[in-house]
Design a protein around this ligand. Sequence first.
Ligand code: HEC
Length: 164
Amino acid sequence: MTFVADKFDNSGTAQVKADDGTVVSLLVGKGVAGRETPKGKTDVFGVVVKSGGDWKLVAARFLPANRKAVQELATKATCMTCHNPDARVVAGTPLLGPPYREVAAKYRNDPDAASKLIAQMKTGGQGKWGQVPMPPLAAVVQPDDMQKLADWILGYRWDTILAE
Ligand code: HEC
């Protein structure tokens, strides 16, 4: 899907266009009003509800359509050994790093979020989520890939914004 408008208004709906040109109207939370819509091809996840006799999609998550490729990048760069997009525990094993959904929620109103995430990848960090440190990973991630990873992680901010 691609968003028809550059910004969300306060109507509680947003128009997205499918690849075949069909325009679909989504129900969106109040938190989106005034924000820029996601750029480029975006997948929309949500819950289908019946409203006024019609089936409508209540949007709950927007993620970039290229996220599979970026997640492969994250696996190659070892990120996924300590992080999961949604969970703190995977297959019974607690992960050392915070879920990306929570990182994105923390930075949902911060215009400098991407550069802060990139700084964390380059130099590592400690004390923002607990006492366990994250190692610096500049040696295993290319600068271009850091930007892609940051954009993907921050895509999860919509989970929180749409719920507002
Ligand atoms: C060895 C485990 C480990 C690996 C590998 C790892 N992280 Fe982390 N990550 C952590 C921990 C622990 C924290 C919390 C650090 C803190 O409290 O400041 C963290 C925090 C973060 C944060 C939050 C920063 C903030 O400002 O709140 C981001 C973003 C992040 N990691 C991204 C990545 C990415 C992208 C990769 C792969 C390139 C990666 N991490 C690899 C353990 C890891």
